[in-house]
Write a protein that binds this ligand. Structure first.
Ligand code: ADP
Length: 379
């Protein structure tokens, strides 16, 4: 079998990560995070691996794209039209789509003649049923303005839902899993048979769980009150909800979970409150998503907080026994991802899994490239 390699670019709002996977086993052979502007970062990356690429050329280049709008329901080979559409979605993801476009342009120049595949965070949610993606607002807002739930972190949720079934040795068909991605941004998703059926993030990545600096869901009435009675402009309000809320807003100390945890341990009451609200927000979201699935076979914690913060997992799982989810406190504290943290006995399993977004992108890119090659002549 021919050797295959895939190069993956993950352009964030302030960094570019790359990963090089080699061979059918998808061994990670190189990777780094750079803070340079996209074009410079791509140039540095490609020249740093030039010798490797000369020896073992890549079969595909995968690109993470946060927003695919309602348009992109699956990964797609990038051509000029696709690139234009991704760029056109920038108003929905102003921090993420523009650097992804710049990265793609630079990468196409640096690694020409192989398929470049866009893998979208929103794609995993493109089949949410209408009652879970249409908001209870005037229907014209949906029809005319495209206001709907898109969902985010789809690459991580898709990877973790698949990995949970694999880890437990269960067939993915009919497997009910709730994945909690708890990093700087936080979201939770219900998946049935490796397809998302409900998720907490919405039209923008502001909805749902409490996050590092983002509020998550709050009463929209508060926003009018803040504008009309507290004199905040729409711009100030947006900045407050995006950058001045969540763990940072409540604790007044930091958006970083570890720093807030440290302060809470030292007795800081606002830090303690912030962590309590955070856990409550996860717990109640899991409850709602479990109901959407009619039960949970696996509850997954992932990303920086989910993978590492045992006390948060313990707090968030308090009360979930009513859903058949029982955490084993000893395992929860002792085991590292990927691990089964649940107690013995019947019921759903509680897992900590290391999210591997880049691996998921690499697999999608290979599949996309193979599909294209085996179906020549398609647009
Ligand atoms: P991003 O969403 O930017 O990818 P991460 O998934 O890296 O972010 O998550 C960042 C969060 O994870 C921060 O709040 C950080 O404090 C938290 N975190 C990282 N390591 C640990 C740890 N060992 N224990 C608790 N929290 C951690």
């Amino acid at each position: 079998m021919d050797a295959v390699s895939v190069l993956v670019f993950n352009a964030g709002s302030s960094t570019i990560k790359f990963s090089l996977f080699a061979g059918r086993s998808m061994e990670l052979s190189a990777g780094e995070t750079l803070e340079d502007p996209p074009a410079d970062a791509v140039e540095k990356i490609v020249s740093s691996i030039r010798d490797v690429l000369a020896e073992d050329p890549v079969s595909a280049v995968g690109h993470r794209v946060v927003h695919g709008g309602g348009r992109f329901k699956e990964s797609v080979r990038i051509d000029d039209r696709v690139l234009g559409e991704i760029s056109g979605l920038s108003k929905l993801a102003p921090l993420h789509n523009p650097p992804a476009v710049d990265t793609i342009v630079a990468a196409q120049r640096a690694v020409p003649d192989v398929p470049h595949i866009a893998v979208f965070d929103t794609a995993y949610f493109s089949d949410l049923p209408p009652e879970r993606h249409v908001y209870p607002l005037p229907y014209e807002w949906y029809e005319k303005h495209g206001i709907r739930r898109f969902g985010f972190h789809g690459i991580s949720h898709a990877y973790c839902a698949g990995r949970a079934a694999e880890f437990l040795g269960r067939p993915s068909g009919g497997f009910r899993v709730v994945t909690c991605h708890l990093g700087n941004g936080c979201s939770a998703t219900a998946s049935l048979g490796a397809k998302a059926v409900a998720t907490t993030m919405g039209f923008t990545p502001l909805e749902g769980l409490m996050m590092g600096t983002r509020a998550g869901s709050v009463d929209p009435g508060i926003l009018f009150y803040a504008m009309e009675r507290m004199g905040l402009s729409p711009r100030e309000l947006e900045q407050t909800l995006l950058r001045g809320s969540g763990l940072l807003g409540v604790s007044g100390i930091s958006s970083d979970f570890r720093t807030v945890r440290e302060a809470a341990r030292e007795g800081n009451m606002r830090a303690r409150l912030a962590l309590a609200i955070y856990a409550e927000s996860v717990r109640t979201a899991v409850g709602g998503l479990a109901a959407a699935l009619g039960g949970v076979d696996a509850l997954v914690f992932t990303a920086g907080v989910g993978e590492n913060a045992a006390e948060l997992r313990e707090e968030a799982c308090r009360g979930l026994e009513c859903l058949g989810l029982r955490l084993d406190p000893g395992r929860n504290r002792a085991l590292r991802p990927d691990a089964d943290l649940s107690g013995d006995g019947p019921g759903g399993r509680i897992l900590a899994l290391r999210t591997r977004e880049d691996l998921h992108i690499a697999r999608e890119a290979l599949e996309g490239a193979a599909g294209f090659i085996s179906r020549p002549g398609l647009p």
